[in-house]
Design a protein around this ligand. Structure first.
Ligand code: WTA
Length: 666
């Protein structure tokens, strides 16, 4: 299963040759929130470090202890404390910045709306009161399946206001994916939109939701935001328009008191099996981590305009569009659509329009912008930018340099931030006022975060070595469990390197990494069967099971192959049942089938038909060899194969195939 050998590949060696580095400018350091490197030493006592950071949010009752790790790996942070996260994100700002804008919303068709903190609190209260009238209580799960409209953060916050648990399902997922996530969470209410705007098209979210709702017995009510105003079927006893639900509601509501360890949200992410894992995050520690990292990684000041381009359907949107920025009282931009609508300069036009000072996006987007050329950013005034960031996948030094020079005008610090759905907030990243950067490296762990790199035997590899990225001490935003499956939580993340007898718990992140002589971390991609396509995590097994679900497919194997734009692209190898013809029409049909089963993001870039898949004598499919084949590399060791000839045959087919195309980044 592991692909640690990839860690030794030629590209990685090339990365390690990267010698450029950039010191923070004195003028930046002089004004930075964190201007002294002493904070790194300070963070070594991580418990007291995080306790200090907890002062930045509003609590009702104080904690009796900062960390309870006695039931590891199930952590409790800020034990016995109580709060409601929306009081930190909304209520407390009224006195100091009630009239300042929380969000500037920019619709894809060109409409826009700005909402102040005072207005946002009222909207949240109205929806929370509406949800309450539908029977939502503390601890209930609310599924959210929407486009990037203002009602989306409002929905998350209204859920939190009631002490309910939100489970956001990215609007690009299919009806089947939505159904499975609703059922796993046992959600009582679904909040969705009539349609979403995407690339000038209308995406029929409510009709996808209706298909999912055929098989979701737990859902009692469906709240539908009118976004496009399309004429859509509404089921009288079940569906209600958001606008109708909130119009009669009071804009006041006392937030429900929650404990620090009450669940705040579930977010599903792909693992190494076909069924996604419901990552469960709780309240107090999560908010402390999101607020601290947002404020200091992006060096947020009053008056700044911050824009994270991530969809709220992913963890980046949860922590860095909703909770972190709002806890810091920051003004954010939310943009609904794609970067090339109506033209390829839309992002730069938005930065110019709102005078964005911090911009946070994904490497795959940056590589796409590089491909489109510099004329698009050059047509706009980007001089408002102060810090620019990336997240979601490794960024190659070339894209990093392009970003720094073309978008950052060679003057903005670039913050490459490594973290995961499971970590809740940023873990490895420069602090822009004090950490020298190197193109392609996420630099060093944030203060209060303990990271290491282990070899196969669980030994730290030391400077200059490569291996598995691990986290060696607990941190406040850590996932608390996999929803309804604590055993899987232990197995997936905590079994590999922990020594439970000695009570030493090591979190295995699933990423390969190398550490250079200066202690800088270079992330090298996943070492498990998880692909990373345009920054989205997709499991090989999920795509395989979608393929074998098609009536023509006998067997399928899927691997991620490198792609210059999307990081990885999905390469599928398929054996057909007798009587089916492997032609272009079937390739198109199978790609569509996967998109329908999982979502467009999982559509294979290439499908190659083969009479057999390469297998070991015990019948295990050798995906690593298929990755060699897909990347047209020299083949690895084939001696363990039961059917070695087949690999050469597939390799010849891949080589001959000119049909392999890369999908546009989402
Ligand atoms: C990858 C997104 C290299 C990594 C916040 C991780 C990165 C997975 C970086 C988590 C980065 C994220 N450099 N790789 N800066 N950031 N990754 O859960 O493989 O959607 O395990 O969280 O993305 O993806 P997730």
């Amino acid at each position: 299963m592991d692909k640690l050998s990839n860690v030794e590949s030629a590209t990685i060696e090339a990365l390690m040759q990267e010698k450029r580095h950039f010191e923070p400018s004195k003028s930046f350091t002089d004004q930075a929130n964190i201007a002294s490197k002493a904070i790194y030493d300070h963070g070594k006592d991580y418990v007291s470090f995080w306790e200090e950071q907890a002062a930045a949010i509003t609590w009702r009752d104080q904690w009796t202890s900062v960390l309870d790790w006695s039931n590891a790996p199930f952590a409790k942070w800020f034990v016995d404390a109580t709060l409601n996260v929306t009081e930190s994100c909304l209520d407390r700002h009224l006195e100091t910045r009630g009239d300042s804008v929380a969000y500037h919303f920019e619709g894809e068709p060109g409409d826009s709306r700005s909402i102040t903190y005072a207005e946002l609190l009222k909207e949240v209260n109205k929806l929370a009161n509406g949800l309450k009238s539908l029977g939502v209580e503390k601890g209930d799960r609310i599924a959210i399946y929407m486009g990037m409209v203002l009602e989306l953060p409002i929905a998350l916050l209204a859920s939190a206001r009631l002490g309910a648990v939100h489970s956001v399902v990215f609007g690009g997922f299919s009806a089947d994916s939505l159904r499975d996530r609703i059922n796993d969470a046992g959600a009582k209410v679904l909040i969705t939109c009539d349609e979403a705007w995407r690339n000038g098209n209308r995406i029929p979210l409510k009709s996808f939701a209706d298909a999912a709702l055929e098989q979701t017995p737990s859902i009692e009510k469906v709240v539908v935001v009118k976004r496009t105003g399309a004429d859509i079927p509404m089921r009288v006893e079940r569906d209600i328009y958001y606008q109708d639900l909130v119009c009669e509601q009071s804009d006041e509501l006392n937030a429900v008191k929650t404990s620090s360890e009450d669940p705040l949200f579930i977010l599903y992410t792909s693992g190494t099996t076909a069924s996604p894992k419901g990552i469960l995050h709780t309240t107090g520690g999560y908010l402390v981590g999101a607020a601290f990292t947002h404020k200091n990684v992006f060096d947020i000041k009053d008056g700044d305009i911050y824009w994270c381009t991530a969809d709220i359907g992913w963890v980046t949107g949860h922590s860095y569009v909703v909770y972190g920025p709002l806890a810091n009282g920051c003004t954010s931009v939310i943009y609904e659509g794609v970067p090339n609508f109506p033209d390829k300069d839309r992002f730069w036009a938005i930065i110019e329009k709102y005078k964005v000072s911090q911009f946070y996006t994904a490497p795959t987007a940056i590589r796409t912008f590089m491909k489109w050329g510099t004329s698009y950013p050059e047509a706009h005034n980007l001089s408002s930018l102060k810090v620019i960031g990336t997240v979601g996948e490794p960024i190659n030094p070339e894209a990093w340099m392009w970003y720094q020079q073309t978008i950052g005008n060679a003057s903005c610090p670039v913050v490459d931030t490594w973290w995961q759905t499971e970590t809740g907030h940023i873990m490895i990243s420069p602090l822009p006022g004090i950490t020298p950067t190197k193109p392609g490296s996420a630099t060093i762990p944030l203060p209060g975060i303990a990271v290491d790199i282990f070899d196969d035997h669980g030994t730290s590899v030391g400077l200059g070595g490569g291996g598995y990225l691990v986290l060696t001490e607990p941190w406040p935003g850590m996932a608390r469990t996999i929803y309804k499956d604590p055993q899987r939580f232990i197995e997936v993340y905590w079994s590999r390197f922990s020594n439970s007898k000695e009570n030493k718990w090591i979190y295995f992140a699933g990423d390969g990494a190398k550490r250079d002589e200066d202690g800088y971390y270079w992330l090298l991609g996943r070492v498990d069967d998880v692909m990373n396509v345009s920054g989205h995590r997709i499991s090989t097994l999920e795509v395989e099971s979608a393929l074998v679900d098609h009536h023509s497919v006998a067997e399928a194997a899927v691997t991620g192959r490198s792609d210059l734009t999307t990081g990885q692209a999905i390469a599928a190898f398929v054996t057909l049942k007798a009587g089916f013809q492997g032609d272009d029409a079937l390739i198109a049909e199978l790609k569509e089938h996967v998109a329908t089963k999982i979502g467009k993001i999982a559509r294979p870039a290439s499908i190659v038909f083969t009479d057999e898949l390469p297998k070991t004598r015990s019948g295990k499919i050798m995906r690593r060899l298929l990755q060699d084949v897909a990347e047209e590399r020299k083949l690895g060791d084939v001696t363990t194969l039961a059917n070695a000839d087949v690999v050469h045959e597939i390799a010849a087919r891949v080589h001959a195939s000119t049909t392999a195309k890369t999908p546009a980044p989402d």
